[in-house]
Design a protein around this ligand. Structure first.
Ligand SMILES: [Zn+2]
Ligand SMILES: [Zn+2]
Length: 137
């Protein structure tokens, strides 16, 4: 049976695309979660940031202070990592400078795009204790 011209013209119509909301530069490239049989309460852990330097990427721009190096790397580009547990009176830059930060996908909190928000915890005794009591390990 010949195709009905009306149907063809309807088919040729370009589907309306949802306007793309301009999001700020994607923080970290997303990957499919790999099930590796590890027992964790959070879905994914990212490279640590030691004194501002991503453990995977190292120093990227020698002209920048150490605490900004992670902001240049592929994992945390454009992000300002702040420990979620630190006392709000602490200077986040100072915490970055003196700490090893652990970064993970938060198991329950999601951003506007439905992706897990990044949780951050520094290696101070108090923050580690609070993190461990929240996540139970
Ligand atoms: Zn990195
Ligand atoms: Zn902290």
């Amino acid at each position: 049976m010949d195709k009905n011209p009306t149907a063809v013209s309807e088919k040729a119509q370009i589907p309306k695309e949802e306007p793309v909301v301009q999001a700020p530069p994607a923080p970290a490239p997303r990957e499919l979660e790999k099930k590796e049989g590890t027992r964790t309460y959070y879905t994914r852990i990212y490279p640590r940031v030691n004194g501002g330097i991503c453990e995977k990427c190292g120093v990227i721009d020698k002209n920048q202070p150490a605490i900004y190096q992670y902001k240049l790397c592929e994992h945390y580009r454009g992000l300002s990592l702040e420990c979620s547990y630190c006392d709000p009176t602490r200077d986040p830059d100072e915490v970055v400078r003196i700490s090893s930060l652990k970064i993970y996908d938060h198991p329950t909190k999601k951003d506007a795009q439905g992706r897990p928000v990044l949780g951050v915890v520094c290696d101070s005794y108090d923050c580690t204790a609070r993190f461990n009591s929240e996540f139970g390990n």
